[in-house]
Design a protein around this ligand. Structure first.
Ligand SMILES: *Cc1c(COP(=O)(O)O)cnc(C)c1O
Length: 370
């Protein structure tokens, strides 16, 4: 189906840089034939670490792997507990499970991020790590989370897949804990032409370990120092990401502008609850990976908009602990459950026009005025 207002618009995004991307593909694939762990990966790692304000960055093949490798490198192993939220993409929990550890899921607060009071209550003698998830482009309460981590000597690995460029108390998402993990899945704020991910860290030794883990534990030409993984960021993806990185600040500003238009157009509508308005203070600089509202009669609204050619997304209609085969049913998470019935993400991307945003606003107003 071709929507009048699609949730993300890949062709429009491609058109922005089409000529430069085609020239780049020819250069990388033909002129230089640079495919695996070549200069583009190194350059991208250098550029994005300076964007983030982190000492080191290591490209990997996804954020899922970024988290798995980070937890593994931090020493998370069978018998350990790792605290995270239920209201996240399943990848967060997968990374914990694949280290053999036990996920402990806590609830969220009104901002869709980890409830820090519950976090502290969930700490046990077996707790090894915390994985805060900065959802929708807003950083968690990292002041409290880092204080709790310090108090109980826990490792913090941040799932910053949705928050590249977001700021909390003057620092970028991903730079608070031992490692920050990012995704370049095409729908993310900085999207590759396929999968991609990254780990940033201020610890040189940790970055070095990740570099070995992503490439079969190979050091230098002939030395294999442990069993690793194959989780490299493709050179061609790094080249494309490097090109796009130049425009990232502009795209983030556009997302924040779109959020401001939604806010002004919807703030007086009865029946919906909006995320905080974008502001310019360095305490919370949100980047709006998603513009998520809480809506009365959510499913009817989604259908109403679909019939008017507006594509929305529900993340997530069924809380993770309700998927029986995942063995997480024992968690009691009332806020997560309530929110799963109310949330809907409105079209949000850097390509959407003001007219399209106004069109969405108009039909939401119409729905609640009936
Ligand atoms: C997208 C996403 C991931 C997974 O990223 P991949 O690069 O697809 O592995 C993990 N966590 C959150 C919160 C995400 O939104």
């Amino acid at each position: 189906m071709n929507y009048k207002v699609p949730f993300v618009d890949y062709p429009a995004h491609y058109l922005k840089l089409k000529n430069e991307i085609l020239r780049l593909l020819d250069d990388v694939l033909f002129t230089r034939a640079d495919l695996i762990l070549r200069d583009d990966v190194k350059e991208f790692e250098t550029n994005i670490s300076s964007f983030l304000g982190a000492k080191c960055a290591v490209g990997v093949n996804s954020c899922t792997d970024a988290m798995h490798l980070s937890l593994h490198a931090a020493g998370v192993e069978p018998g350990d507990e790792v605290i995270t939220v239920d209201h996240t993409f399943v990848a967060t929990v997968e990374a914990i499970i694949h280290c053999g550890a036990k996920p402990i899921l806590v609830d969220i607060t009104e901002d869709f991020n980890m409830d820090v009071e519950q976090l502290e209550r969930a700490v046990s003698p077996r707790t090894k790590a915390i994985v805060p998830v900065h959802l929708n482009g807003r950083v968690c309460n990292m002041r409290r989370i880092m204080a709790i981590a310090k108090k109980y000597s826990l490792v913090v690995i941040e799932d910053a897949a949705q928050s590249l460029g977001a700021i909390y108390n003057g620092r970028k998402a991903g730079t608070f804990g031992l490692a920050g993990c990012f995704s370049f899945f095409p729908a993310k704020i900085l999207g590759a032409a396929g999968d991609g991910g990254l780990i940033c860290t201020n610890r040189k030794n940790f970055a070095e370990k990740i570099r070995l883990l992503r490439d079969h534990g190979r050091k230098g030409k002939n030395d294999i120092v442990f069993y690793g993984f194959n989780s490299r960021l493709d050179n061609i993806q790094a080249a494309i990401l490097n090109l796009k990185l130049k425009d990232l600040p502009k795209w983030i500003e556009r997302r924040r502008k779109v959020a401001a238009i939604y806010h002004n157009g919807l703030k007086d509508v009865n029946g919906i609850k909006l995320p905080p308005e974008p502001n310019n203070n360095q305490r919370y600089f949100d980047v709006f990976q998603n513009y998520v509202i809480r809506a009365k009669s959510r499913n009817a609204l989604v259908k109403y908009l679909r019939n008017r050619s507006v594509e929305t997304l529900i993340s997530w209609p069924k809380p993770m602990h309700k998927h029986k085969r995942l063995n997480l049913q024992h968690f009691r998470l009332p806020m997560t459950e309530r929110i799963s019935k109310e949330v809907v993400s409105l079209p949000m991307n850097a390509e959407i026009s003001n007219e399209q945003v106004e069109y969405v606003i108009e039909h939401i107003r119409e729905f609640y005025a009936r």
